[in-house]
Design a binder for this molecule. Structure first.
Ligand code: PRP
Length: 183
């Protein structure tokens, strides 16, 4: 898929496909170096992290294990409540494991903050975070994120796993949508 396929839906491309690919190679090299000689479990947070998990995993030079979680905000429906419910848990026992959580985006940081504490409490040897995108202006909580692809402004973005009403996840770049899409 490319921008032409989307007609007038795209307002502005914030991160191009080639930039994502290049940055992933850099992040993978850092991760390979930092975990050299260790067994690593990468954990993708559904659904947004599917693209970055698939591409990052293939850019790594070591045979990592991969597992998945699905989480949702509890109750109110506002995902920034910080209270998270597990919809699908890991299949892997984390005891003494080196864990790298992989995300598409950190917005308020509340989901990751909760997830970090949750996975650490399971006895992992280490838990770190890799995110393709981060919105520094939207942060409501400070989290130590080891690997960040790109910082983006505090705007609604889609593509590379990120959706609007479940669409646009398969757009291979990160973009803002034209106002008519929302109306
Ligand atoms: C997105 C993203 C993170 C979370 C970040 O997931 O994948 O998990 O929001 O937001 P926060 O930093 O404000 O907590 P979303 O809930 O949209 O679900 P999805 O991955 O299924 O699209």
């Amino acid at each position: 898929m490319d921008q032409q396929d989307l007609g007038t839906d795209i307002e502005k491309v914030l991160v191009a496909e080639a930039q994502i690919k290049h940055r992933l190679t850099e992040l993978a090299a850092d991760i390979d170096r930092d975990y050299a000689g260790e067994d690593l479990l990468i954990v993708g947070v559904l659904k947004g992290a599917v693209m970055v998990m698939a591409d990052l995993a293939r850019a790594l030079h070591s045979p990592v294990r991969m597992d998945w979680m699905a989480v949702s905000s509890y109750g109110s429906g506002t995902k920034s409540s910080g209270v998270v419910r597990i919809l699908k848990d890991l299949d892997t026992d984390l005891k003494d494991q080196h864990v790298l959580i992989v995300e598409d985006i950190i917005d308020s940081g509340l989901t990751l903050s909760w997830l970090l504490a949750n996975l650490k409490s399971r006895g992992a040897a280490s838990v770190e975070i890799c995110t393709m995108l981060r919105k520094p202006e939207a942060a409501k909580v400070e989290i130590d994120v080891r690997y960040v692809g790109f910082e983006v402004p505090n705007e609604f973005v889609v593509g590379y796993g990120l959706d609007y009403a479940e669409k646009y996840r398969n757009v291979p770049f990160v973009a803002t949508l034209a106002p008519h899409v929302y109306s």
